[in-house]
Design a binder for this molecule. Structure first.
Ligand code: MRU
Length: 353
């Protein structure tokens, strides 16, 4: 909900794809429209749209835009190039590859230009609707884990902004709240891009859910003093053995939860599972620009969106965007099909047929 209005992150109408300009949040709520697959690719790589499910739906929409743009003569080559461009935007989130692939397969199954274009648009809309429906189900299953008055910790933003609607880690919290359970959420700031403090806290506030932003190094002492009952995070890719890639810092939170005997759940739709990836070791980890660490971005008191350098000029930075949490540290995976063990056997049952 934004200002009490229901809102989706990704919507395609004709060739126009409407997104929410996420770097401007929480201070400005602005829409952005892309009119070509090149513009959509740029929006994904610069993180105007971000979060596994949202970039999956945006990637799928980008493929539909490419099908609408492609000339009849040279159509196949055009689609191949568009596929490569969209796939190269962000390497870690499995949903991006899922969304692109789904539309590419739908295009390939048709034989005329008109049918290919129609199939591409229908398939992109399906990817978006499926994402929203899966996330809603995740909320229903995950809400069972939440007791009245629970203190829940989360990392990064795996709310509706990171998907088409509802979210993964935040969906059970939204469902529990609607069931009348009172909850309080500890929101990790999540440097360097601060998705926790900028996005998760804003989402929760808009839903009227009690939360507190904490610095990334605060959770250990909160756990030690008994102020955390449950941790729920999202996932960018789940390997076949249950290892999970998620925002950098997730692994540290999982280790802390294990040390303090606190359940640590990962919420993700089954479209985030990469059955071809045997373990977390083979998940590609995106490395982003050093400037994301040496600078911080925000609104000045004069209402300008500015960046401020926090590190000394010339200091080198290292900026891996994700880390791997081994399955052994995860209490369960909350999926749209139910809560499952993070192991080979249970994950195999979720393979698409
Ligand atoms: O780099 P981002 O913001 O696209 O990161 C992805 C994420 O939002 C998180 O890792 C999230 O917990 C999983 S995706 C919903």
């Amino acid at each position: 909900m934004v200002n009490g209005q229901h809102c989706r992150t990704v919507s395609l109408e004709g060739i126009e794809l409407t997104l929410i300009n996420q770097p401007r949040l929480p201070h400005r709520f602005e829409r952005v429209v892309t009119r070509s697959h090149e513009e959509t690719a740029e929006a994904i790589s610069t993180m105007v749209v971000r979060g596994a499910g949202a970039i999956g739906a945006a990637g799928a929409a980008g493929m539909a835009q490419a099908a609408l743009q492609a000339p009849e003569d040279g159509f196949e080559a055009y689609i191949r190039q568009a596929t490569a461009l969209l796939q190269n935007t962000r390497p870690t989130a499995q949903n991006l590859f899922y969304g692109i692939d789904r539309v590419r397969t739908a295009i390939a199954a048709e034989h005329t230009l008109v049918a290919k274009r129609e199939a591409a648009v229908a398939s992109a809309c399906f990817v978006a609707d499926e994402d929203a429906a899966c996330c809603e189900q995740i909320g229903i299953h995950g809400a069972d884990l939440i007791q009245d008055n629970a203190q829940i910790a989360t990392h990064c933003n795996a709310g509706w902004l990171a998907f088409v609607d509802w979210g993964s880690a935040l969906s059970p919290i939204y469902a529990a709240n609607r069931q009348g359970k009172r909850v309080h959420v500890w929101v990790d700031e999540t440097r360097p891009r601060s998705q926790g403090s900028r996005l998760t806290a804003w989402e929760l506030q808009e839903e009227g859910i009690d939360c507190s932003i904490i610095a990334d190094n605060c959770l250990g002492s909160l756990m030690r003093s008994g102020k955390v009952d449950l941790v729920v995070t999202g996932a960018d890719r789940v390997a076949a053995n249950g290892d999970v890639a998620n925002k950098i810092g997730t692994y540290s939170v999982a280790v802390l939860a294990r040390e303090h005997g606190i359940p640590f759940y990962v919420a993700a739709p089954t479209t985030t599972i990469d059955h071809a990836c045997p373990t977390g070791e083979s998940i590609p980890i995106e490395e982003r620009a050093e400037e994301e660490v040496s600078y911080t971005w925000g609104w000045s008191d004069r209402g300008e969106f500015i960046r401020v350098r926090t590190a000394a000029p010339g200091v080198r930075c290292f900026n891996p965007a994700f880390d791997i949490t081994p399955a052994a540290l995860i209490s369960g995976l909350i999926t749209e099909k139910g809560i499952i063990a993070p192991d080979l056997e249970a994950i195999r049952t979720l393979r698409p047929t």
